[in-house]
Structure formats: structure tokens, C-alpha cells
Design a protein around this ligand. Structure first.
Ligand code: AP5
Ligand code: ZN
Length: 212
């Protein structure tokens, strides 16, 4: 199936996406990870405000559409079924997406603002394999060490409280209209994301299975 997962920063898109990928054997296409892997790519020729994705990300702002659209187009062309995570983030990206693919399922994870701030500022990520942890809700067996690969757990540059608040306001302004845009469609399913990961997963799995 072609799955789109929507939700605020920290809503659990990455967490649920990795489960979808395992269960349904499809690709994980995530613009956030793709941009983190290409942070210092020179985009100065696009006549944009900053010269690299890094500068946008550290400010909590959106990387220009031209850059992100190209990443998604290439990734979707190679995928036989996917979970798209982190895109579209504004109406112009949504318009572009509708020109390059069809969606079977659109999931929206709903979580309140204070819970989002808590989750993001407490998130720790494995420097080697990217597995997510949380200082309270999802601790590794040994503090600061990844259970999966033994790598070091670090805080993402944009998970400081100040940048988190900026990301949330960018989300309100740009991405809430995207969610409203999909709300009327048959593929749309809204899920209460403010529960334990396993409880959220039951609903996510059922929604995808029903429409796959
Ligand atoms: P991106 O990497 O996409 O970040 P995001 O959307 O801000 O989402 P996150 O990865 O922070 O959160 P998530 O929902 O995946 O939550 P997670 O599962 O990790 O984007 C980063 C930046 O890149 C953007 O700011 C922008 O600059 C740029 N960018 C990316 N895409 C772009 C685009 N399309 N256009 C332009 N610019 C773009 O969970 C969070 C934490 O909560 C974890 O610690 C986890 O363990 C914990 N947790 C998860 N689920 C639960 C639960 N049910 N209960 C308790 N804790 C939980
Ligand atoms: Zn690891």
C-alpha cells in the first residue's frame, strides 16, 4: 500500500512508520532523515534565504519546496509501496504530491501541544542506527547506549525547547491546512496519538490493513 502519515513534530510518525514498514514490508520515505543525511548540501544556487538544509533545520523552518519535492519524487519512483513521513508540510507540497502518486491510506496522529514538547525535548536518538528513545518513556537498558547497536544516544540539534516551539508554530501555520485538505477524502483516518505506542499501533495497523 501507499501510506501517508501526518501529524505534528513529535506525534510519533517515525515510531509508527517503522512498525508499518516491518509489518507491511514497504519502504520508509522520510524527508527529515533524507535532509539530515544531506545537511550540508549546497542549495545556494536556488536563491534561497540560507545556503544549506542545516540552517533551515536548526532554525526550525521549512527547507525550500524545490529541494524537498525532488527528494520525494526520486524516492517514490523507486518504491513498491511506501510510508511517506514528514511530507507534505504545506499546501504547495501537497499539490505536487498529488501529481506524482496516488495514496491508499492517509493517517493523522493527534497529540496535544504540551505532550509534543515533552516528547521532543526528551527524545534521544542513536547516532549510528537512528533508533529513537525517550529519557522517561522509552529508556534503553544502559543509559546513553543504544539497545540495538551499542551506539551513542544524542539529542537532535532541533530538539531544544526553543526550536521545538518554532517547529510547532510552523506546523500550525503550514501543515494544519494540509491535514484539513485530506480530511474529506475516503483514505483519511484520524488516530488518537496521545496513548502508549502499542495502543496507537493497534489502530494504525488496522487502518492500513483495511485499506491495503
Ligand atoms: P522531521 O525529521 O520530519 O521532524 P518532525 O516532523 O519535526 O517529526 P519528528 O521526527 O521530530 O517527530 P515524529 O512525529 O517522527 O516523532 P517520533 O516518533 O520521533 O523534520 C525535521 C526538519 O526537517 C523540519 O523542521 C524541516 O526543517 C525539515 N523538513 C523535513 N521535511 C520537510 C518538508 N517536507 N519540507 C520542508 N522542510 C522539511 O516520537 C518523538 C518522541 O516521542 C520519541 O522520543 C519517541 O520515543 C516518543 N514517543 C513516540 N510515540 C510515543 C507515545 N505513543 N507515547 C510516548 N512517547 C512516544
Ligand atoms: Zn543504534
Amino acid at each position: 500500500p501507499n501510506v501517508l502519515i501526518l501529524g505534528a513534530p513529535g506525534a510519533g510518525k517515525g515510531t509508527q512508520s517503522s512498525r508499518i514498514v516491518d509489518e507491511f514490508d514497504i519502504e520508509h520515505v522520510t524527508t527529515g532523515d533524507a535532509l539530515r543525511a544531506n545537511k550540508d548540501m549546497d542549495i545556494g544556487h536556488l536563491d534561497t534565504e540560507y545556503d544549506t538544509p542545516r540552517a533551515y533545520m536548526e532554525a526550525g523552518e521549512l527547507v525550500p519546496d524545490e529541494v524537498v519535492n525532488e527528494i520525494v519524487k526520486t524516492a517514490l519512483a523507486d518504491a513498491d509501496g511506501y510510508v511517506l513521513d514528514g511530507y507534505p508540510r504545506n499546501l504547495s507540497q501537497a499539490e505536487y504530491l498529488s501529481e506524482i502518486t496516488d495514496l491508499d491510506v492517509v493517517l493523522s496522529l493527534d497529540v496535544g501541544t504540551e505532550e509534543l514538547v515533552d516528547r521532543l525535548t526528551g527524545r534521544r536518538v542513536c547516532d549510528d542506527c537512528g533508533t529513537n528513545y525517550h529519557v522517561e518513556y522509552d529508556q534503553p537498558e544502559e543509559e546513553g547506549v543504544c539497545d540495538e547497536c551499542g551506539g551513542e544516544l544524542v539529542q537532535r540539534d532541533d530538539d531544544t525547547e526553543e526550536t521545538v516551539r518554532e517547529r510547532l508554530s510552523v506546523f500550525e501555520e503550514n501543515t494544519v491546512p494540509v491535514i484539513e485538505h485530506y480530511e474529506g477524502s475516503e483514505a483519511f483516518v484520524s488516530i488518537d496519538g496521545e496513548r502508549a505506542p502499542d495502543a496507537v499501533w493497534e489502530d494504525v495497523r488496522d487502518a492500513v490493513a483495511e485499506r491495503a
